[in-house]
Design a protein around this ligand. Structure first.
Ligand code: ZN
Length: 64
């Protein structure tokens, strides 16, 4: 049986931060990441371009 989840970290965007999220839901992952950016990096407004960058940086991990 395969199990899939998504992974995203600040380092994927070239940010020097150890924050790493794993979630089975991409939407949830984005939500947590945006919350983290707002609280930790003071980025309250994320541009569409940056959101696209995040989407592209999200890795899909398959567990066998
Ligand atoms: Zn961070």
């Amino acid at each position: 049986m395969f199990k899939e989840y998504f992974e995203f970290g600040c380092k994927d965007l070239g940010i020097d931060c150890d924050f790493l999220i794993q979630s089975s839901s991409k939407d949830e992952l984005m939500e947590i990441a945006l919350d983290h950016f707002a609280k930790i990096h003071g980025k309250k407004e994320i541009q569409d371009g940056e959101k696209n960058e995040m989407h592209e940086a999200i890795r899909t991990i398959t567990v066998i």
